[in-house]
Design a protein around this ligand. Structure first.
Ligand code: FE2
Ligand code: FE2
Length: 150
């Protein structure tokens, strides 16, 4: 599977988890479980994506701006995740902050798919996209294990 399909698959998981969390309440088992799943997915995805995709995109002069922008957004999302992790899930502010994160996540994955992937498709060959897909397949499970252990 090429890199774009791998990333899109993860993005759909993220969209789905964000939507599900919006329908949870308070410090419930469901919210805890879904939040942990989303947090692990977001962090592992961003790391594997930077390694397998953006590190290569950065090497093309036409890809530098997109790479910088995406990495900055990953960083911002990590900060927002940390804030949420330190907030009481029962507090009303938790959902307010979560909605801001969810909004940012959706904007980010939409932008990657609608703007960055088409640009990358002009830079990379089909074989390169497959090789990046393989690199992502290797890296993602390792990043998930790392996040689970954290
Ligand atoms: Fe990303
Ligand atoms: Fe992504």
């Amino acid at each position: 599977m090429n890199i774009y399909d791998h990333l899109k698959q993860d993005h759909d998981t993220q969209r789905d988890l964000c939507e599900q969390i919006k329908h949870t309440r308070g410090d419930s088992e469901k919210r805890n479980e879904l939040w942990r799943a989303l947090r692990i997915e977001l962090e592992a995805h961003a790391s594997a994506e930077e390694q397998a995709f953006y590190a290569n995109l950065m090497q093309a002069p036409e890809g530098t701006d997109e790479t910088r922008h995406a990495v900055e957004e990953h960083q911002k999302m990590t900060e927002m995740i940390e804030v949420l992790d330190n907030l009481d899930m029962d507090a009303e502010i938790w959902m307010k902050k979560f909605e801001k994160l969810a909004h940012r996540v959706i904007h980010h994955v939409d932008e990657e798919e609608a703007e960055f992937f088409p640009k990358a498709k002009k830079i990379f060959s089909i074989d390169e996209a497959l090789a990046m897909g393989e690199a992502f397949e290797d890296r993602k499970p390792a990043e998930v294990r790392k996040q689970k252990a954290a």
